[in-house]
Write a protein that binds this ligand. Structure first.
Ligand SMILES: NC(=O)c1ccc[n+]([C@@H]2O[C@H](COP(=O)([O-])OP(=O)(O)OC[C@H]3O[C@@H](n4cnc5c(N)ncnc54)[C@H](OP(=O)(O)O)[C@@H]3O)[C@@H](O)[C@H]2O)c1
Length: 257
């Protein structure tokens, strides 16, 4: 029996990871801010799949929250074999429309928490000679898209760099970069989605299945859909200045998260 710790487990992609990993027989450590929702999720997954699901309430935009999760990742009892750094959010609006405190909170959750949780997990995993880390990024990492895109670009670069450093250690790291996924993300951020064409939406369960298959194949970056793989391939050929204009016209309100 192995144990997976998922941040942002109660909704969207995190909940899809929890469903899939529980169905595969993994025990879980579920992390988010809403304790009631976490407890309900833990009970449901335990009843349905017979796995153990621990609840860890933590706000990853605070040092206390990050410390709580790093302590669990370093624990020798029921060690964590797989870490899914998934918690994240969007801010509505372009640069200067978004309050600086919200920009800084995003960097804390998307970058500092991911850095510190990955470090704690990987240290313990390397000692045991096995383990995995999935850091949820976004295709927004590959286009000029303000603080959100920049934070996800950091996630991709950081993860692929550490994956290289730890090659041969038995510990795998992978950045997962989906396009638009139907979750609570856009509603929570107050972003409209009417202008996003249907074909651009991905299903969270399919994203998770493709991502875990890529992790098993040893990839350090997963773009879990052929449509987005093609789009991101094409984006590499377009000059960044022009790409900035296109993604800006698409609107920060709607662009790939
Ligand atoms: N949806 C998309 O189109 C899309 C596309 C590409 C990448 N992503 C990325 O996928 C990841 C998951 O997003 P989602 O779409 O599944 O979002 P979601 O449905 O809004 O779920 C977000 C989850 O993160 C938790 N969370 C948020 N802030 C937190 C904090 N400060 N501390 C701890 N937990 C926190 C939430 O629970 P609580 O509120 O209870 O804390 C919730 O469980 C994010 O990193 C996002 O950037 C999303």
């Amino acid at each position: 029996m192995t144990t997976a710790l998922i941040t942002g487990s109660t909704a969207g992609l995190g909940a899809a990871f929890a469903r899939r990993l529980a169905a595969d027989g993994h025990d879980l450590v579920l992390v988010a801010r809403d304790t009631k929702r976490l407890r309900e999720q833990a009970t449901e997954l335990h009843d349905r799949h017979g796995i153990e699901a621990e609840v860890l309430t933590a706000d990853l935009s605070t040092d206390v929250g990050i410390d709580t999760v790093t302590a669990r990742l370093g624990a020798r009892r029921n060690p964590v074999d797989l870490l899914i750094n998934n918690a994240g959010f969007g801010n509505k609006g372009r640069f200067l429309d978004v309050p600086m405190t919200d920009e800084l909170t995003m960097l804390k959750v998307h970058c500092e928490a991911v850095l510190r949780l990955t470090s704690a997990a990987v240290e313990a995993m390397r000692e045991r000679g096995r383990g995995g880390v999935v850091n949820v990024a976004s295709v927004a990492a590959f286009v000029p898209r303000g603080t959100y895109g920049a934070s996800k670009a950091w996630v991709v670069q950081f993860t692929q760099g550490v994956a290289k450093d730890l090659a041969g250690s038995g510990v795998r790291l992978m950045a997962l970069a989906p396009g638009f996924v139907r979750t609570e993300f856009h509603e929570r951020a107050g972003m409209g989605t009417d202008s996003i064409p249907n074909w651009m939406w991905l299903d969270a369960d399919k994203v998770v299945a493709a991502g875990l298959a890529d992790l098993a194949r040893g990839k350090s970056l997963s773009i879990p859909d052929p449509r987005y793989k093609t789009l991101m391939g094409a984006a590499k050929l377009v000059p960044r200045g022009l790409l900035g204009g296109i993604t800006s016209r698409t609107g920060r309100k709607y662009g790939p998260r």
